[in-house]
Design a protein around this ligand. Sequence first.
Ligand code: B12
Ligand code: SF4
Ligand code: SF4
Length: 230
Amino acid sequence: MTAERPSSETIRAALRPHGLFLRGVVNFTADEAAPALGDGRPAACVALIGNVGSSIWPHFRAWQDGAPDRGGADPLDAWSKSVIGPISVALGATAYFPSDPPWQPFQQWAMRTEGLRASPLGILIHPVYGLWHGYRGALAFADAIETEGEVAGPHPCDGCRDRPCLNRCPAGAVTAAGFDVAGCRGYLGTEAGREACMIAGCLARNACPVGAVHRYCDDQLRFHMAALRL
Ligand code: B12
Ligand code: SF4
Ligand code: SF4
């Protein structure tokens, strides 16, 4: 365990070999809700960890090493824990994961530290990576960490005149009114859904031109679609 508070560069260096990125740091004020540290005290900050494009995918598949059952029912979550857990111990932090209840407000943290905003799909859109990024964990520390400001800038959806994401979903599950989870999942169970979204990925998400070069590789797209359909 490091006795000294880690710098953002120390965190970045620990994440880099795994295709993970430090997405930003949220420093909490004394009067706001913060996740607990291992000893029960409120954290001073969380360092948000995520993937951009398919950055983690070769590492995840190499970890499975031809054993598709490795990691059980939620293998990507298991991989995230296998990587971020030891890093949290080495850096003297408490790890949190997006899929562990009670759900921590990962998207609120991302909006705060990266200046991101929600797309019509519900997920946050990044000016560079578009809809092709996600969060794999967070490290809660006892002391604040100084970081340079992360991205921000104009919200990509504001300048998107045609909004193609809103008219591509064959189930009508993505509209200006929000994302219809049941409608989406119902369609994914049909033959048409199996032949369309389950293979090519969410058609609404695919329609977004922002960061299209960072679109997930086919294997990753199908993995996430299979998880969404469950
Ligand atoms: C529950 C959940 C779902 C549910 C949504 C139920 C619902 N209608 O809210 C289901 C299973 C349907 C789902 C689907 C998907 N999800 Co989801 N989901 C979550 C989870 C575990 C909890 C969300 C939550 O309630 N948080 C608790 C509150 C307190 O946190 P919050 O930050 O304040 O909450 C924000 C969200 O609730 C958000 N929100 C509100 N309505 C909706 C609707 C949807 C579909 C989403 C994604 C978010 C969202 O608005 C809040 C902002 O203040 C988060 C992880 C997490 N811990 O946040 C991932 C998370 C939000 N999901 C994520 C993703 C990527 C998806 C999928 C695209 C996955 C896929 N298979 O491809 C799909 C979306 C499909 C689509 N067409 O858009 C990412 C989003 C990353 C990003 N770029 O923003 C997250 C952060 C997980 C991660 N590891 O990165 N998801
Ligand atoms: S298609 Fe346009 S409105 Fe839809 S998510 Fe992309 S930028 Fe936003
Ligand atoms: S996965 Fe398919 S059915 Fe679900 S929202 Fe995307 S386009 Fe619509």
